[in-house]
Design a protein around this ligand. Sequence first.
Ligand SMILES: Cc1ncc(COP(=O)(O)O)c(C=O)c1O
Length: 381
Amino acid sequence: MKSIPYGRQNITQVDIDAVVATLQADFLTQGPKVKEFEDKFAAYIGSKYAVAVNNATAGLHLAVLTMGLKEGERVITTPITFAASANCVRYAGGEVWFADIDPETYLLSLESTRKLIESKPKGFFKGLIPVDLAGLPLDLEAFKKLADEHGLWIIEDACHAPGAYFTDSKGIKHNCGNGNYAELAIFSFHPVKHIACGEGGMVTTNSEQHYKKLLLLRTHGITKENMLENHGGWFYEMQELGFNYRLTDIQSALGITQLAKNTTGVIQRNSIADTYKKVFKDKIKFQSLPQGSYNAHHLFVIEVEDRKGLYDYLRAHQIFAQIHYIPVHTLPYYREIGYDSATLINAETYYSKCMSLPMYPTLTEKEQNFVIERILEFVSL
Ligand SMILES: Cc1ncc(COP(=O)(O)O)c(C=O)c1O
């Protein structure tokens, strides 16, 4: 059997045809495919606006700048995430603080976040960056209530969660990134994610003001609107310091065809998750699913005592499981600037046991059975 990764892209002829057609068209970048992708993505998620960017890290950077984060201002995120969720705060000169995770959902704990906020004077923190880890949506209604009590903004890192939703206290379903509870949300189109653009990302929002700021910052801070003077048709102004964080038309064409497959892809991922759950029930702990939530299953995470043993055993059988994540506060960069903390007990316990199993729409039944057999074999050794 060929090797089995933990995640992989699903590229078919429609994707290839779309990219080739764009290569043969007039615009490779700054053309119509970018706006088409943005409009289709916003419609899919249910947000008013979407801004395509060259990767989610750039999207997170633009997001904190859009919220006006300044040097020395403090933001809380989860230690169990990819470093980019925290790094964006550092790019803006801000300080990253970590609250602990919930030991069942592995998401940022509301109670730990509340405790951290309430342990400091009012105004100490500016915002929250919670993460829909593995594709499991956070209860943003509860986080929004907490954020409002303390005057904080929320940037939702929804990189793992296009197509996921949670149900609010009125029974209304909210897609991750729909902008109803968080000011901004960010998605990633790295190939191991649901929608593969090679590299790529999207920022969604319901605020026109945030939307305009994102557009401005994505392209150097250059605009033709509200100019101090105008020398003619060629004229533009650079009104603030922005970046080139644009997604190309080639990548957007791929994003459009990939997006069209996402609903089916998430259903296939959930079917794979159901099989894992059925087999592991009462034997191996896995990420829990709160009532009313739909997990988009970028990942399927289990916990095992001998994690290294299982990891090595699976690799010996050409199964490339992965670990998500090494707690961010333990990474040397964050240790060095003083974020090592012994208080994030759940995150550190989780890290000692967690493992992400193969999870992608084209994983065959035979491959999944092979993975399950090797795991059960190892745990009963
Ligand atoms: C939770 C999370 N946030 C942010 C990112 C950054 O995404 P990108 O690789 O598109 O910059 C990733 C990517 O792995 C991620 O998993």
